[in-house]
Design a binder for this molecule. Structure first.
Ligand code: MIC
Ligand code: SF4
Length: 644
């Protein structure tokens, strides 16, 4: 039996485990990336592990999320990351160089290699045939130190692409169609592989838009073949030396297969507040809009920007609309300036932002009260934009630009024939904002600078024999990490200050949660299905840990979040019978006898609700490694214990 693309990469990097879906496997990681909102924690943890120099082939620290710098906090974090990177052998991508995934694709990604990043959209690298996976900062720190990355061997889902996209239908519409078909849980436990004749019609940036939003399917990763189009892109980046061809074997077997006919696709939009709430733009035509934001790691490539510039050229943004544009990287920004397209954007009235995440992570550009915002981004979770009652729609750059001019939703396919773009066959190469680390000989002289906002990481605690506490919060299905640990201008400056961050925990769902949790000394949380979907931010585990959360009981968990909970010693347990969710209410006193023993060996436990006497069976689906981590009170304790 042949192998799929993902299976080939996994096989080449397998350190231990059996490649049967559902089994835990350990992978060798070739490259890592961090960004600044998760990077500070990742490097503090790396330092705590005591490794002098990274052991990966390449590790890069990007500054792209916290670039607003309304106070000293982010600037201090940036300086910490810059100095710690220099000392330990990590390249540093300076603020202004662009969004991590875009820059990594352009300058470092390599087909057939493995990459983990402390950001959930690391699978963007799949556009180039690389196996990119999002992970918690602690897992990235372990891999930087040469340790394996553990995942559950995924199932492989094939999306067979046929036909060719019509004018004004973009790669974003392809992934929105996949999200419509599979939903935000549809990729959990799977890698999504793209194949079929339609693949040849898509450029690398288009492929990367598609793999980027595989994160919204809950997939472990998404990957395209590496072919002549990949080679063309790498040549244009003067990096053809890293090219290797990679495709699935003829007789590869997939766990599921779907077909998307590109020629039948029409512009789509993900409606509030979930990326899988997809409708045809034609159904929304005429709806008044207030804001348009173009950019993010999903749609900020040169191709996207040229498309937008061609639509805006000679026009004016509607008076009732505010349009922001953030190019994805310095390379894109410079080339836009040099070819004149930047002038077309500026003249049309676009507000040009620096090449960073910006509004995507709520760093400015919050819409007006109850405003309708069209964004080319990948997430429209409640309150992520900074305005809780805003209605955020995720659309293609084509739909965004056409609508920005009209002031209402416009189906761009009604604009006639698409303009012919002069897509560059050669990109502008200038890596002057990538700082090289000190050599091993010089590293000793580098002083790591730590600002006052950098506070110690809370320590996990080994679990008690039994668990007796309050069910302190009950939440529904698809709770995102933006609910658990919101971001945005007010909160992001504190990503290295857990005590301060704790004041914002879960406030999107319940503004009194931090106060209640502090007063009661913590407790457990009850969630629905897909608990913790979205970001890789380990703060969504670290901060609950700080507030005394000992366990989370849910119908099911999202992949990266469950790994983060375990890494910080919070015990994830699933309801054996989903209907038992109704037997538990906020404020109930609960008791789990033999809690520690259940982690140690049993794999099941019974939660007793002292209020109504209900007995709720729970499952602890843990591997031997995960049990040991939890019993030690988290990964840092576990690593320390094992190195003594
Ligand atoms: C996001 O898109 O939610 C983020 C911000 O990039 C996160 C990382 C973070 O919270 O710092 C992600 O996707 O992992
Ligand atoms: Fe940045 Fe948004 Fe991409 Fe996250 S999804 S990495 S915030 S651009």
């Amino acid at each position: 039996m042949g192998y799929t693309i993902a299976q080939k990469i996994i096989k080449n990097h397998l350190l231990s485990g059996d490649m049967t879906p559902g089994c835990e496997i350990a992978l060798k990681i070739d490259q890592t990336l961090t960004q600044d909102a998760t990077g500070t924690m990742a490097y503090l943890q790396f330092e705590a592990m005591g490794t002098d120099r990274v052991k990966t082939e390449l590790s890069v620290a990007y500054i792209d999320h916290n670039t607003l710098q309304a106070g000293f906090e982010n600037a201090d974090d940036h300086r910490y990351i810059q100095t710690v990177a220099k000392k330990h052998g990590i390249r540093f991508s300076r603020p202004g160089n662009g969004i991590c995934h875009q820059v990594h694709l352009e300058r470092f990604g390599a087909p057939g290699k493995t990459l983990i990043g402390s950001d959930s959209h690391t699978p963007t690298a799949g556009g180039i045939g690389m196996l990119g996976m999002g992970a918690g900062g602690l897992d990235v720190a372990v891999s930087m130190g040469g340790g394996a990355y553990y995942i559950t061997m995924p199932k492989i889902i094939k999306i067979n692409l046929v036909g060719k996209l019509s004018d004004y239908v973009g790669a974003k519409d392809v992934i929105l169609e996949v999200l419509r078909m599979l939903g935000v849980k549809g990729g959990v436990g799977s890698i999504i592989e793209y194949g079929g004749e339609g693949v040849k019609t898509l450029t690398v940036p288009q492929r990367a838009t598609i793999t980027n939003m595989g994160a919204e399917l809950g997939a472990t990763s998404s990957v395209f073949p590496s072919d002549e189009i990949t080679l063309e892109f790498l040549k244009a980046q003067e990096r053809e030396d890293v090219y290797v061809p990679l495709c699935a074997d003829e007789d590869a077997v997939y766990d599921a297969e779907y077909t998307v006919d590109l020629s039948l696709l029409r512009p789509l939009a993900a409606c509030p507040h979930s990326p899988d709430n997809v409708k045809a733009v034609a159904e929304l035509t005429g709806m008044k809009i207030n804001q348009v934001c173009i950019g993010s790691c999903t749609n900020s490539s040169m191709l996207d920007m040229l498309t937008v510039a061609a639509i805006l050229k000679g026009k004016t943004v509607h008076p009732d609309v505010s349009l922001s544009i953030s190019p994805g990287s310095k390379q894109v920004y410079t080339m836009l300036a040099e070819c004149g397209a930047l002038a077309d954007l500026i003249s049309a009235g676009a507000r040009i932002l620096e090449c960073a995440c910006g509004p995507c992570i709520g760093m400015g550009f919050s819409p007006k009260s109850a405003g309708v915002s069209l964004r080319t981004f990948n997430r429209n979770f409640l309150a992520r934009s900074g305005t809780k009652d805003a209605e955020v729609y995720l659309v293609s750059p084509e739909t965004a630009a056409a609508s920005a001019i009209a002031g209402v939703f416009v189906d761009p396919t009604t604009l006639g024939a698409a303009p012919v773009l002069n897509f560059p066959t050669k990109f502008k190469i200038n890596d002057n904002l990538i700082e090289m680390p000190a050599t091993p000989d010089e590293a000793g002289d580098v002083v790591v600078e730590r600002g006052p906002n950098i506070k110690p990481i809370p320590a996990g605690k080994a679990p008690d024999d039994s668990l007796s506490c309050e069910l302190i919060l009950k939440v529904g299905d698809n709770i995102t990490t933006d609910h658990i640990m919101p971001a945005g201008t007010k909160v992001l400056p504190y990503r290295s200050n857990v005590p301060k961050l704790s004041e914002f925990c879960f406030t999107v769902c319940d503004k009194d949660f931090p106060k209640r949790a502090t007063e009661k000394g913590g407790g457990i949380i009850l969630g629905g299905s897909n608990y913790g979907q979205g970001s890789s931010r380990e703060h969504a585990a670290l901060v609950p840990l700080y507030l005394g959360i000992k366990a989370v009981v849910a119908k099911s968990f999202a992949r990266i979040h469950v790994a983060n909970l375990i890494n910080f010693g919070i015990v994830p347990m699933t309801l054996a019978h989903e209907e038992d969710y109704d037997k538990l209410a906020e404020g109930d006193e609960i008791y789990v006898e033999g809690f520690r023993e259940a982690i140690e060996k049993a794999g099941t436990a019974v939660l007793v609700n002292r209020k109504n006497g209900a007995r709720v069976p729970l499952n602890l689906n843990l591997t031997a490694r995960q049990r040991s981590i939890l019993l030690a009170g988290g990964m840092l304790n576990y690593t320390k214990n094992n190195s003594n």
